[in-house]
Design a protein around this ligand. Structure first.
Ligand SMILES: [Zn+2]
Ligand SMILES: [Zn+2]
Length: 395
């Protein structure tokens, strides 16, 4: 087919894209992209995003590169073994897309990332291998009203799912009984992690990760341009016969993910500048009533209490980060009771704590709720610590 020339004859890096009639390179350049996972899928997602000209990127991954990664990760070399994936991926990205700003975050997305990170983004693309992280991303994305693009690979098969906030079905709606059983297996009943899941151990190839990540990024590009996408559906690719089809999911009316914070305020203070009691004071003033409760983004393990010797140990750590083994009493070895908190109404004894002393990640979201009022607060004074130079949003 003859390309349509639209008056932009200038040859630059993106000139072939501009031959596509609906293409708008500015939309891609301005899009804030959050990539979660820098493994097999993450590498292909980042490679595509860099070639396409996404210029504002954050990449989150907790792991280090090992030799088995090198068969599926175009951004890593053998001299990178032992380095953090997020750091090496960010450097490689900037070498491909030299005018981009990429901030690496060496964090676990479930425990280590504040919701302000999701709120910073326009688009979230995930290359993960576990349900726990997907469920968490799904709930965060809904809360801050952002779309996310999920990919999953196994063997030479894969699936892509697109979830837009406020548009069920969402990822949680797709979970069946078996998924919930596996999810619960990871967490014991008292919010402690039972075991590490086998992240990164799935059988995968670079060919399937490039197929699936290609569709994920292409869907994101389409959404940015306002074109129809797979929203609420799944694209299944079976590599043996190269058959593919789309599945429709159904909304679960009891789904816990369907909640969006109506209003989010960026506070100029950092989490070191504000105590919980001070935040509550501000929220009461905004709501025009004293009947305000501040909800945390997640459960926080406040302390362990030993039922036999009565000794207490303060923790302030997000639920799921502590392991079951840590709950045994150092004095007598008995399993201690976990005391967790997820809200503050003014009467609790930890109001004197600063927001950075609660065990929550930086740039997290605090939702203040009264009967008539609902508002989210993010201490944005911490923005540069988390977002680096990738242009925080306006306060
Ligand atoms: Zn749902
Ligand atoms: Zn004890």
């Amino acid at each position: 087919m003859e390309p349509v020339i639209r008056g932009e004859l200038q040859e630059d890096r993106y000139s072939r894209f501009r031959l596509i009639p609906w293409w708008d390179q500015t939309k891609i350049a301005n899009c804030r992209l959050l990539v979660i996972g820098a493994g097999a899928l993450g590498n292909e997602i980042l490679k595509n995003a860099a070639l396409l000209g996404f210029r504002k990127v954050i990449v989150v991954d907790l792991d280090r590169i090992d030799e088995s990664n090198l068969s599926r990760t175009i951004l890593y070399r053998s001299e990178d073994i032992g380095k953090f994936k997020a750091n090496v991926a960010a450097d490689a990205y900037q070498r491909i897309a030299t005018d981009s700003v990429v901030q690496p975050l060496v964090e676990n997305v479930v425990y280590g990332c504040g919701l302000g990170l999701f709120e910073w983004s326009d688009v979230i693309i995930a290359g993960l291998d576990n349900r726990e992280a997907r469920l968490w991303i799904n709930r965060c994305a809904w809360k801050v009203n952002r779309p996310w693009f999920d990919g999953a690979i196994e063997g030479i098969n894969g699936v892509v799912r697109v979830f837009a906030p406020g548009v069920p079905p969402c990822y949680e709606c797709t979970l069946g009984e078996m998924d919930w059983a596996l999810l619960e297996k990871r967490m014991s009943c008292n919010l402690l992690a039972l075991e590490q899941n086998d992240e990164g151990k799935a059988p995968t190839t670079p060919t399937i990760s490039s197929v699936i990540a290609g569709i994920q990024v292409q869907e994101a590009v389409k959404m940015i341009h306002g074109l129809p996408t797979l929203t609420g559906k799944g694209y299944i690719f079976e590599g043996l016969n190269h058959s593919s089809y789309t599945v429709e999911y159904t909304e679960n009316p009891d789904c816990m993910s369907h909640y969006t914070v109506p209003d989010i305020v960026h506070l100029p203070e950092s989490s070191r500048d504000l105590t919980l009691a001070q935040l509550l004071q501000r929220a009461r003033a905004d709501a025009g009533t004293d009947e305000v409760v501040i909800e945390f983004s997640r459960d926080v393990i406040q302390k362990f209490v030993c039922p036999s010797c009565g000794e207490e140990e303060e923790k302030y750590s997000p639920a799921g980060k502590l392991r079951l083994q840590e709950a045994s009493c150092p004095k007598d070895g008995n399993l201690r009771t976990v005391v967790s908190v997820h809200r503050f109404s003014g009467s609790e004894d930890f109001g004197y704590r600063r927001l950075d002393q609660l065990g929550l990640p930086l740039l997290d979201l605090f939702v203040a709720r009264s009967i008539t009022h609902e508002m989210g607060y993010i201490p944005y004074g911490d923005a540069s610590l988390v977002l680096g130079t990738v242009l925080p949003r306006e306060i």
